[in-house]
Ligand binder design. Structure first.
Ligand SMILES: O=c1ccn([C@@H]2O[C@H](COP(=O)(O)O)[C@@H](O)[C@H]2O)c(=O)[nH]1
Ligand SMILES: [Zn+2]
Ligand SMILES: [Zn+2]
Length: 241
């Protein structure tokens, strides 16, 4: 499985686009999160929305869902299709009622299913999205009272959504065979709603070696050489995981 970050930036980053990814196996393209900057970063990477086979959503923040309105409209009015949307069953209603409904509704189109081929998925269960892409949702702590899910792909690649530091989870995943961890990182402490670099640096070195940092701020380069065994995910680079 290959992954290319169309953006690696945090919510307020300007140099880096929103932390959204393209996962690919045998030409099947799964978009992971679809933030405000995604339409531009997808275009800059040489793709159109019609090149995507599905989108997977982690949680309801604009740097993760703010591009879905354009995705839906382009697919409906430019390509005449409904994009396939994988999302936690618990987030289907909030996505429509709290985020998309205002912009997308126009009679007779009044439901999320008018725009998306919705595939609700349950936390903790493994789903095959395409041969070579299995995903399991893990509920991770981000904002009090707001559901947010990280992703375990193919039992060996952990992709955090936005989450607070959870060393016990990272240890358990590592012991269970996870080889690569893409983790959001707040470079300066306190992390507040994200794992901070200081917290991630408390991980044992054998886990740090598996960790690649993403969802960082524009001053990322100042921290090169100060991340222990952890490396920064580079925007646009293709990684095999
Ligand atoms: O309690 C909070 C909630 C949010 N923030 C800041 O806002 C952004 C939210 O976007 P993310 O996609 O979750 O990054 C977050 O990065 C925080 O910078 C906060 O500080 N405190
Ligand atoms: Zn975010
Ligand atoms: Zn968030």
């Amino acid at each position: 499985m290959q992954i290319q970050m169309l953006g690696t930036g945090g919510a307020f980053a300007k140099k880096y686009a929103n932390n959204n990814a393209l996962v690919e196996v045998d030409g099947f393209k799964l978009l992971v999160d679809c933030g405000i900057t995604l339409p531009r970063s997808l275009h800059d990477a040489g793709y159109s929305f019609d090149d995507l086979d599905a989108v997977l959503i982690s949680h309801m923040h604009a740097d993760h869902v703010g591009g879905l309105e354009e995705y839906a409209f382009q697919m409906m009015f430019r390509y005449g299709k409904k994009p396939v949307l994988y999302i936690a069953d618990t987030l289907v209603e909030p996505l429509w009622e709290q985020t998309l409904r205002g912009g997308l509704t126009q009679e007779p189109l009044t439901a999320i299913t008018d725009f998306f081929d919705v595939r609700p998925i349950k936390e903790g269960e493994e789903y095959e999205i395409h041969p070579g892409i299995k995903v399991k949702l893990i509920l991770t702590d981000h904002i009090a009272g707001k559901l947010s899910y990280s992703f375990l792909f193919n039992e060996n690649f952990f992709y955090s959504a936005d989450m607070k530091f959870d060393g016990a989870l990272l240890s358990r995943l590592s012991n269970d065979g996870v080889e690569t961890i893409f983790h959001d990182c707040q470079l300066t402490s306190p992390g507040v709603v994200h794992a901070s670099l200081d917290e991630l640096l408390t991980l044992p070195e054998d886990i740090q070696e598996k960790v690649w940092l993403m969802h960082y701020h524009d001053n990322m380069e100042e921290f090169i050489g100060h991340t222990g065994k952890m490396r920064f995910v580079q925007q646009h680079e293709v990684y095999t995981v």
